[in-house]
Unconditional design. Structure first.
Length: 552
């Protein structure tokens, strides 16, 4: 039996804090959640990893934890596909006697509704404009702070979250996290149309108490896009408790990110083995921290580090109209929707796999080069560890899973013509990104092992440098050659006893890049082995955030 093993100084997690979803059209998203579901727009800000994109927060009167649905609207983004390894539905709590009211309300908006009974409670399931599953569960749950301007009759207003549903390959992995690490209790299981549904309950007594996992062994993974739920956040009381959870999750192998300042709460992110992305967010400081309750949602709010770019940001984000206030935010006319990105068809003449933000809606890209014997899909999985929604990720596939036949230390002519073809592949991907409106300065070029050597070599030879280079266990193939690196950020990491990357070559590479003007963070990491650790991922993420956070 899985039992809770609390970290020192922590209490069991209370339940849900918020849910974050990718949307497409911002005005359509705003109208649906405020005018159809009757939720208040409690904050208009931007994606802190991509300040040219809105971040909307909807909730009760003040946006209490457990009531907040958030959206990143990326105009023209391609629809996602539901699958294993993600949360696929968010359920709100509705008064038990409101079933008839909501049937009529949803029908009046021409929504197709599926009715079911779940753990003895009636439920309605329907899609928002981007295809996200939204559910209403009818129960006499705890009331929240009502929004006086809600278009929904006060007697039938939604009462924050009831639950979220994740599709997974293995429920036991979810159990180990929620029960074993975070103090949830297992409620029970019942048949579901997709498999077996197991319910877990947080320790709180308010709203948003349940996480459901539906086990679907052998079913395909989801594909992220508009309508996809990016992550679900769980509640913790304060920074100290969050820090204790970060320590315990690290010890249990979940590799949480460093604490991220989200202005209205502090966050850490991590994935459980099925791939579901969780966040642990603090209750404080809350949404009224920077504007009065009466003004919530009326203005575009920016963190201090973006205030100097306010004019640029306001000119870039699409124009929206708040129905509550009748005010307009943003200046850009959205116009026609952007074309949809086409996965794995990037016009390069090579096989390229993609993840993250749709290519045609991205402004920053990371190109990832796999190591010898690896695959593009393998290294593309780092996208989950980086967890930066502003970026599109591309990974070309080497023929025969190797970029060149011999060690990078071999005489160059012995690796020809394979090396030149590999460099040409990288150049083709960079050229296609430029044609799509992402110039080399907004590309982070990264790789592992043989791919790291190739990334460094390409950047060394290129006249127009990538915006940054990340080399996990690599070194330059040719020394004493190449062009200047005027301030280019470069991260490098290696084990001093790595049998593939001699320490002397690693250090000489770092020295040469510095001499040519690069800003090099070169870390010798005892015990690393020939792999990538959390500190390296965090260092790379910081470089990537720097590229993504600078508006063109």
């Amino acid at each position: 039996m899985t039992t809770f093993s609390p970290a020192p100084g922590t209490s069991p997690v209370q339940g849900l804090h918020h849910v974050t979803v990718m949307a497409s059209d911002p005005q359509r998203n705003l109208d649906f959640y405020t005018q159809v579901l009757g939720q208040r727009l409690v904050k208009v800000t931007v994606n802190f990893d991509d300040p040219g994109t809105y971040h909307f927060y909807y909730g009760d009167q003040t946006g209490q934890p457990g009531t907040v649905m958030t959206h990143f609207p990326w105009p023209g983004a391609k629809r996602g596909e539901r699958g294993n390894g993600e949360v696929v539905a968010t359920a709100y709590s509705a008064p038990a006697d409101s079933l008839g009211y909501w049937r009529e309300q949803l029908a009046a908006h021409a929504l197709t509704v599926t009715e079911s009974t779940r753990f003895g409670q009636p439920a309605l399931t329907f899609e928002d404009p981007d295809g996200t599953w939204v559910e209403l569960v009818f129960e006499d749950g705890q009331a929240v702070q009502p929004w006086p301007a809600s278009p929904v009759d006060a007697a039938h207003e939604l009462r924050g979250f009831h639950s979220v549903t994740a599709w997974v390959r293995d429920t036991d992995a979810v159990r180990q996290l929620l029960v074993g690490q975070l103090g949830f209790t297992e409620v029970g299981s019942e048949p579901d149309t997709e498999g077996t549904r197991t319910r877990f309950r947080g320790s709180g007594d308010g709203v948003g108490l349940f996480v459901d996992a539906v086990e679907r062994p052998g079913q395909p993974r989801g594909h992220f896009g508009a309508g996809s739920i990016h992550h679900v956040a769980l509640r913790t009381r304060d920074d100290a408790e969050q820090e204790a959870y970060m320590t315990s999750l690290t010890g249990a192998g979940y590799r949480p990110t460093p604490v991220q300042d989200r202005q209205y709460f502090h966050s850490i992110y991590f994935r459980e083995p099925n791939g579901v992305l969780f966040e642990i967010a603090t209750d404080a400081p809350g949404f009224p921290d920077d504007e009065p309750v009466a003004e919530l949602g009326r203005h575009l709010k920016l963190p201090a580090w973006f205030e100097g770019q306010r004019a640029q940001i306001e000119a870039h984000v699409p124009r929206i109209v708040s129905r509550e206030y009748g005010v307009t935010i943003g200046q850009r006319d959205l116009g026609a929707a952007a074309p949809e990105a086409t996965p794995e068809d990037e016009g390069t003449g090579v096989q390229v796999f993609t993840a993250g933000r749709p290519l045609d809606d991205a402004r920053v890209a990371m190109v990832l080069l796999h190591g010898r014997g690896g695959t593009a899909r393998d290294i593309l999985s780092l996208e989950r560890d980086f967890n930066l929604s502003a970026l599109t990720y591309l990974a070309p596939q080497a023929e025969g899973n190797t970029w060149y036949p011999l060690s990078f230390l071999a005489p160059v002519e012995q690796n020809q013509p394979h090396l030149d073809r590999a460099l040409g592949t990288v150049d083709a991907v960079m050229g296609e990104l430029a044609a799509r409106g992402i110039p080399e300065g907004r590309v982070v070029l990264g790789g592992f092992s043989q791919g790291a050597c190739l990334a460094l070599e390409y950047a060394s030879r290129a006249e127009r440098k990538p915006g940054a280079v990340v080399a996990f266990s690599g070194g330059l193939i040719t020394l004493d050659q190449g062009s200047a690196f005027p301030g280019t950020p470069v991260f490098m990491g290696v084990d001093p006893r790595d049998g593939h990357i001699p320490l002397a070559r690693f250090e000489e590479t770092a020295a040469q890049l510095r001499e040519r003007g690069a800003t090099v963070d070169a870390r010798v990491i005892p015990g690393l082995g020939h792999t990538i650790n959390a500190d390296e991922l965090n260092a790379a993420r910081a470089i990537m955030q720097g590229i993504a956070g600078a508006l063109s």
